[in-house]
Design a binder for this molecule. Sequence first.
Ligand SMILES: Nc1nc2c(ncn2[C@@H]2O[C@H](COP(=O)(O)OP(=O)(O)OP(=O)(O)O)[C@@H](O)[C@H]2O)c(=O)[nH]1
Ligand SMILES: [Mg+2]
Length: 527
Amino acid sequence: MPLTVGTAGHIDHGKTALVEALTGKNTDRLPEEHERGISIDLGYAPLELPDGTSISVVDVPGHERFVRTMVAGASGIDLFLLVIDAGEGARPQTREHLAILRLLGIEHGVVALTKADLIDEETLELARIEAEELVPGLPVVATSARSGAGLDELRGALAEVAARVARHDADGPARLHVDRSFTLRGIGTVVTGTLWSGSIGEGDELRVEPRGRSVRVRSAQVHDRAVERAQAGQRVAVSLPGVERQEIRRGDVLVTPASFRPSFRLDVTLEPLAEIPARVTVHHGTAETAARVARAGDRFAQLRLARPVVAARGDRVVLRAETTVAGAVVLDAAPPRHADAARFEALERGEVPVHAPVRMDEGWVWSQEWLEELRADLDRAIDAADPLDPGVPVPAGEWSKSVLPHLGLELRGAKLYRAGTGPELGAREREASALEAELGVEPIRVDDAALARFLEEQGRLVRVGDGLAISPASYEQARAVLVDGITLAQFRDALGVGRKTAQLYLERFDADGVTRRVGDARVLRRR
Ligand SMILES: Nc1nc2c(ncn2[C@@H]2O[C@H](COP(=O)(O)OP(=O)(O)OP(=O)(O)O)[C@@H](O)[C@H]2O)c(=O)[nH]1
Ligand SMILES: [Mg+2]
């Protein structure tokens, strides 16, 4: 089964050195990392285990300023490799990383005591006792990246722990939290991340949320090897032709369309570590966003996010202020606006008081309140729409078809309109009149194509060429000078305009079926 192991531990305790000793790959890629001798960003390497399987390693930075990066790296892992300098023992980020792993629900792991070559037996024994107290029940292996001591034992311990990790949800919709995006020459934009659920393969249509952009997968790779379909739990590289690197980055999520809706609110059960302030940073997947915490009783809260996340029930999030203050488990990823404790308790019991649509045996169900919120959103969008096309796109979601009849709106084409309404000028009448006053024999440019089309339908303007218009009177006047067999030059002289303008009129007459071009001349068509 594909798995990912993530390092954890205090700065300088030897995480990157140990990963390099295990995999042969130095995961510090940035020049600044080499200059300063510390890790700054996440690093990645594949690791062969003794049983022949291969797992992915995510190496995280230990510096306290980069704990947020550690959280992003840890959000997709299955097991951890806690690295403790045997001479120094546990330090602040040893404990903070461990707390974060617990809050993310990552229980399985191995402890590596490093730099064993630098200390005596007694010190090593003390370090071992401390580690066993810190994480009771986990294997503790003494290692040295320098001498290679303990590496085989460490690989064995990782393999043993890996065998105990639970399966990923391989069915279900795809969800990949992006941790990197980069450009490869000749290939274009590539994003990587851990696939939390589902699978991804060539040709899949996916969406980048919360940006709401549709993309098509050209290929999927796992450990630099092309695969037909990458599976849940794997670290995946996905190439996305036609997407600029800036259009997708860490914190974005690639999902099966209409399967997850970005949400500005999360109802959660709290797991406090310290006093939780009213304003925190919420970490979910590889994303982080400022949030307000609206408490509902002691144990629950609604997190009101500055930027939406793509979450599901059961997801774990981490709340940080100066340090890590709490973890939380998502009870409802699309809750109503208010936070009352009774609702949370019912949610926790599994009596999901339905808000956003959920699929039940007989189809989709949703709360009246949710429907009213949706209707209010659509009303606002319709009010803001161009009066010339006062419709809004049909809301996206698998429930779309079931909800539509309850919205009290009219479906025309792919858009929803208020019953009985159609295009009208509304406040743009003055703009239209001003434009009308400018129209004459010489075509003028009209940039707003919707406005031009609308005025033409009303008989107030005639469109010619590409984005140009004349007055209806000029059209009639020009039509009156047409005679059978007229050439462009004759027509031009009769109308008293330039050659280009004459050409635009004749093309429009051809399009209207008034004339037909025969050689250099126009013949009149009788209808
Ligand atoms: N002697 C000895 N030195 C080691 C060992 N492992 C790491 N070091 C040294 O310790 C220093 C820190 O090692 P790193 O691997 O960069 O530490 P890190 O935990 O990745 O640090 P951050 O990523 O910044 O948190 C480096 O100078 C390493 O050469 C070891 O087993 N023995
Ligand atoms: Mg490092």
